[in-house]
Design a protein around this ligand. Structure first.
Ligand SMILES: [Zn+2]
Length: 185
């Protein structure tokens, strides 16, 4: 009786091994590999990757293209100026055209070039948000008042919420008066 049992066990074990082998054979990947999908990021996004820190005006081109994605047409705005200047060491960019008809962005290029690509895009979109739309910090998101290193997908959401006016609050008349007073000095 013992012998029969032993023989059966060997037989079962043997057939199990065979089936494992055939599974291994089937799991070998086919010669044609699946195409590798690269996740979108600031440096491969078609709009952001065209913006170059050494060409400040390229951020305006990117901003106009991003706006167009949400049917906001900025092609009629012609007076857009970027000036490179020393902003005192801790400020990388200033929007001088808030509550004004023009767009005038000051950039401290020494600081700006040391930011990450995401920070550079965020900073420029934030300052352009002030000048082009008179957007205040109260809207949050893109207009929250600090440079942040943003993950690409979150930034995309903030840009969308800005252009679709989900996260958007304009400076009030009183605030504009105050801001104009600051820039007149
Ligand atoms: Zn700001």
């Amino acid at each position: 009786m013992k012998k029969v049992l032993c023989f059966l066990m060997i037989f079962i074990s043997c057939s199990k091994n065979e089936s494992e082998e055939s599974n291994i054979a089937q799991s070998i990947p086919p010669a044609e590999a699946e195409p590798i999908t690269i996740p979108p990021d600031f440096d491969n996004d078609s709009i952001y990757s065209a913006a170059k820190p050494k060409i400040l005006a390229s951020y305006w081109t990117a901003f106009v293209k991003s706006a167009a994605l949400y049917d906001v047409d900025l092609s009629n705005i012609e007076e857009v100026t970027f000036i490179s200047e020393d902003l005192g060491g801790s400020t990388a960019g200033i929007a001088n055209g808030s509550c004004e008809e023009y767009v005038l962005i000051s950039v401290d290029e020494t600081l700006f070039r040391n930011l990450t690509v995401g920070e550079q895009i965020f900073l420029m979109y934030h300052e352009l948000g002030h000048d082009v739309f008179n957007a205040s910090h109260d809207g949050g998101g893109l207009m929250a008042p600090n440079i942040r290193s943003l993950e690409y997908d979150l930034f995309q959401t903030e840009v969308k919420d800005f252009f679709t006016k989900v996260d958007f609050i304009e400076w009030t008349d009183e605030e504009c008066e105050f801001i104009r007073g600051l820039t007149d000095n």
